[in-house]
Design a binder for this molecule. Sequence first.
Ligand code: P6P
Length: 337
Amino acid sequence: MSRTSLTRYLIEEQHAGRINADLRQLIAVVGRACTNISIAVSKGALGGVLGDAGTGNVQGEAQKKLDVISNEILLEANAWGGHLAACASEEMDHCQPVPDTYPRGDFLLLFDPLDGSSNIDVNVSVGTIFSVLRSPAGTEQPTDASFLQPGTAQIAAGYCIYGPSTQMVLTTGHGTHSFTLDRETGEFVLTQRGMQIPEDTQEFAINMSNQRHWEAPMQGYVQDLLAGKEGARGKNFNMRWIASMVADVHRILTRGGIFIYPWDKKDPGKAGKLRLMYEANPMGLLVEQAGGAATTGRERILDIQPDQLHQRVPVFLGSRNEVAEATRYHREHDAQA
Ligand code: P6P
């Protein structure tokens, strides 16, 4: 059976009129950058790139050497192609317009260059998450404000997971599709067209160590999950938590489940741990395009009008009916307040 490479897939999508040449080039460049990140990650201790970089990011987190390396790979790959106006990254305080020495395109690229990087040193899957927006019409010099668009405005979204195999999962608004990296040829090959998340699930993903900090509806929802067959839900649940969003979401796209990172009162001023623009929005679009749902527990994530580049949100995403059930607990709680 003939193989469909990412290159061929993107050209076919362009010929079908679903993407244009600049978006095709942007996704191809991101794919090549992710291949280089995969090579760096897979070297492990032999590459001399494990451990902390000795610097911190805007999130107040210690940066791993591979966080910085991955960020640089993505910036350098996208600077000169002429398809991009600016980049924004979890690892950079502000957006970075394409240097004036290069031609500028119409797209804005946001990324978490290496999500889950705290798992790097213990050889657990990590990944790159990316989101593509249009630069607002007439923008001469992109600023952070140019990026403040709701998730529904995304032109494309995807991630690369660096696990036993390296896979790119991608949507341009016409379904969610998976490509596996053939390390011998260096190309991504289409391995699943049209991923579909089962509507129901018996598997949830959450960091249970935060339970005492959750709000009441979250406590009630998880207690009913744990009560299993004898409880209100009438069925038993299993739990997984990899602490790499890309790995947990990939499992959910592959076999269903619900992923939750709720608000908690550990740091009441923070709306959640995960970032809207380059984690929740791209993952939300991928999940919705695969028949799932993504909410904050109260509203659809993709509808949120951002007001800060690095703002955080609570995240409930995965199997549509389970996300609706978790959201129901929160809405009923609010209605009684
Ligand atoms: P915790 C990784 O640092 C990350 O941003 C996500 O990839 C992951 O889902 C979450 O944080 C893990 O958070 O509190 O369980 O370490």
